[in-house]
Design a protein around this ligand. Structure first.
Ligand code: 5GP
Length: 114
């Protein structure tokens, strides 16, 4: 049996997180190591390890993550923009193998990322 990811443990309420939104498909909580004044992670309840594991049947839930990112940006007053990104794999900077959208805002974000 493979070990649960840290995010699955947050879904299962085995470890605490500052949860800001949840519904039947996803959970959103504050990043432990925020990169801006607003840094929220939006994750599917379904255990999809990465973008590379998205199946046809997951299209709607992945779109839903971005819809929730939009709603939370509005709630957090990010009227001047923000970034919603997904890192994929080692070279993409992914460190937790449970799909997650980073929603980051509250300062000027540089591009390209490092
Ligand atoms: P990745 O590098 O996989 O794209 O992003 C993983 C994110 O999860 C990082 O920004 C990291 O700060 C955050 N993170 C890692 N462990 C925890 C945790 O236990 N709780 C919360 N809230 N965030 C975490």
């Amino acid at each position: 049996m493979t070990e649960k990811t840290i995010f699955k443990r947050i879904i299962d309420r085995e470890i605490p997180a500052e949860i800001v939104y949840e519904d039947a498909q996803c959970l959103a909580f504050k990043d432990l190591n925020p990169q801006a004044s607003v840094h929220i992670l939006i994750i599917p309840l379904k255990e999809i390890p990465s973008i590379d594991h998205i199946e046809k049947e997951d299209e709607l839930v992945v779109g839903h993550l971005f819809y929730v990112a939009r709603q939370l940006a509005k709630k957090n007053g990010l009227t001047n923009g923000y970034r919603a990104v997904i890192n994929c794999g080692e070279e993409g900077g992914q460190t937790v193998d449970h799909l997650h959208v980073h929603s980051i805002g509250g300062r000027n974000l540089s591009w390209p990322p490092g």
